[in-house]
Design a protein around this ligand. Structure first.
Ligand SMILES: [Ca+2]
Ligand SMILES: [Ca+2]
Ligand SMILES: [Ca+2]
Length: 616
């Protein structure tokens, strides 16, 4: 069995911070009244003084006659309360306002009218709310000169094109606490003030007593006791190491409590973290790691070592973060585990490794894993990151720029000040840095968790393709003149280089783009469900007005949808017909209504055409 090592760099001595071989100088009222059985009256009774704003669609066959003005008057008559007309959004769709009702009250009153097809809140979209975690904005403690803060979570700037824009993603989705990301790592400091409310009960799978460092083999406490070693303890040639608090750093990037007024924000905002301890001193064994992965996903309830012990995971994870690995091919043991995990719909994200441009390490190179390479603040490959065809996407991994003094662009996260055993719960900074592909992977894991919060139906394959489609292009300029384009990995090291889609995945992670696409697709799918004319949720069948099949045009085609590929345009000219590309099995649907908006050119893949309908 191979020892698997965690991917971080222990770069900074007490005197300052020197980067691993790098040279660039480039960074969302009610009154108390007697209960009533009439739902309309009940809803009206719930009215408060707030001004209601809704968008309502009337059924085509039973809509009250007239324009939006006369329909508002008709509604006023029905409800016995004045409802004013608003803007028309379509032939049978318009907004409506009421001063004497709450929005909820107006929705409930309209919902029960048989003439109404659907009614939703007319929401106000505001500029994003900034999290109040001080280290999100601030410079880093003790630095004096460094003002980068959590630059990597913000909207990209000319200085930091690699930033993932979690900030705008949070406008669409702050994360569902039911979505759990398992951190397969060195354990987590469960009492860290920025993690204590975000961590689900995990497990300690480290079965080797000498590396466990907590005095026990496997146990129910995944706290990190520290992984410090003495010289020669792991290997005769290895010097003594201080405790890394690696799992705590990874956990903070994924799920530190955000907008809680302390410490850092996390990319995953409100998603939960499941600490699964699989690494101790000198790393961890495949047998413990794989047991931990299967338990984390709810695929195994056996936590025993030697003999079976039944201990089900009450909070199965939908995302696994693996920030460790070693050089080599994907073993049968991992391949088998990954297949089981993907089959269950669990997404596995792994760090590419820190061997300075060598091939992607394992298990990141296993089929079905989203491998993450590390980039600098400017979007070039960070010197230490591995690369290769197995990489799906790249994300900031932390880089220092300078060779001495404070590190300028580390990834600020949760950690501890203890050199061997836990002391003060703190945060990494410009001197005690978090740098390594270990810290790029959690940004992708958190993004996946936000995508699943927005759209729980996404498969691991959906997620991978959506991350790739929403990635931003790699930069081709901006580094120093001696930086060249990344080559295919070989046995030779490659430091900073310009990423290509063959070496660093599809592009730069955009948490905002990925979460927006996931959320838009969820809305499209719910729009099908909301419209009986279009979509039958029982059968998963879609009826389409017109389809071109070859040279013929057909009406009333009924298909089952495999997946929605593109949402199309929210505005634009009336799109005349739907088109079917036989060669690709892809159908362009003329119009789909998503809540308040009409979309054109929605593209879906067909699972099967059930009824070809009548020719035009
Ligand atoms: Ca133990
Ligand atoms: Ca333990
Ligand atoms: Ca915080």
């Amino acid at each position: 069995m191979l020892r698997i090592l965690l991917f971080l760099f222990l770069l900074c001595a007490t005197s300052g911070c020197s980067e691993a071989p790098e040279s660039s100088t480039s960074v969302l009222a009610s009154k108390q009244v007697a209960p009533t059985a009439d739902p309309t009256q009940r809803a009206l009774n719930q009215a408060s003084g707030s001004r209601a704003r809704v968008i309502v669609k009337f059924r085509k066959r039973s809509a009250p006659v007239g324009d939006e003005l006369s329909r508002a008057a008709w509604v006023s008559g029905k409800l016995g309360s004045r409802v004013r007309h608003g803007r028309a959004l379509g032939e049978f769709t318009q907004s409506m306002h009421a001063d004497s009702l709450s929005t909820t009250g107006l929705i409930q009153a309209l919902e029960v009218l048989p003439e109404v097809e659907w009614v939703v809140e007319d929401r106000r979209h505001r500029i994003r709310s900034m999290p109040n975690d001080p280290l999100f904005f601030a410079g880093q403690p003790r630095s004096g000169t460094v003002e980068a803060g959590q630059w990597f979570l913000r909207t990209p700037s000319s200085l930091t094109p690699a930033a993932i824009d979690a900030l705008r993603a949070w406008d669409r989705q702050k994360g569902n606490p039911q979505v759990v990301v398992a951190v397969l790592d060195s354990g987590v400091l469960l009492n860290h003030p920025d993690l204590v409310a975000k961590v689900r009960p995990g497990y300690d799978f480290v079965s080797d007593l000498s590396s466990a460092a907590d005095g026990t083999r496997r146990d129910t406490d995944p706290n990190d006791p520290g992984d410090a070693t003495v010289a020669g303890e792991c290997d005769p040639s290895e010097p003594a190491t201080e405790s890394s608090w690696h799992g705590t750093q990874v956990a903070g990037l994924i799920g530190a409590a955000t907008d809680n007024g302390i410490g850092i924000a996390s990319a995953g905002h409100d998603v939960s973290v499941l600490p699964v301890r699989v690494l101790g001193k000198c790393g961890g064994y495949d047998s413990d790691i794989i047991a931990g992965m299967l338990w984390a996903a709810g695929l195994s309830t056996n936590v025993g070592f030697g003999r079976p012990v039944n201990y089900p995971n009450p909070f199965p994870a939908s995302v696994l973060n693996l920030s460790f690995g070693s050089q080599g091919t994907c073993s049968r043991s991992y391949a088998d585990a990954m297949a089981q995990l993907n089959q269950k719909g669990v997404t596995v994200v792994a760090a590419a490794g820190n061997d300075a441009g060598l091939p992607v390490s394992t298990p990141a190179n296993c089929s079905g894993v989203i491998a993450v390479a590390g980039i600098r603040h400017i979007g070039t490959k960070v010197g230490y990151s591995n690369i290769g065809a197995e990489v799906s996407i790249s994300a900031p991994a932390g880089n220092c720029v300078n060779l001495g003094g404070p590190c300028l662009y580390p990834l600020v996260t949760t950690t501890n000040s203890g050199r061997r055993t836990p002391e003060s719960n703190t945060y990494s900074d410009a001197f005690n840095t978090s740098v390594g592909t270990s810290f790029a992977a959690p940004l992708v894991s958190a993004t996946v968790a936000l995508m699943l919060s927005a759209n729980p139906g996404l498969s691991p394959a959906n997620i991978r393709s959506m991350l790739k489609r929403t990635a931003r292009p790699f930069p081709t300029t901006g580094a120093q003149s001696d930086v060249s384009v990344c080559d295919k990995p070989s046995g030779r090291e490659q430091l900073e280089c310009y990423c290509t889609t063959r070496t660093c995945g599809a592009g730069l992670l955009s948490t905002y783009n990925a979460v927006r696409l996931a959320a838009d697709l969820a809305l499209t799918q719910s729009a099908y469900r909301d419209n009986a004319d279009l979509y039958d949720p029982e059968t998963g069948q879609l009826q389409i007005g017109q389809v071109d099949v070859g040279s013929d045009r057909f009406h009333n085609v009924v298909v089952t949808i495999d997946q929605v590929l593109a949402l199309g345009n929210q505005a634009g000219p009336d799109y005349p017909i739907s088109r079917f590309d036989r060669s690709k099995g892809v159908l362009e649907v003329a119009q789909v209504r998503v809540n308040t908006a009409l979309f054109y050119n929605v593209t879906v893949t067909l699972k099967e055409v059930l009824q070809i309908g009548v020719p035009d």
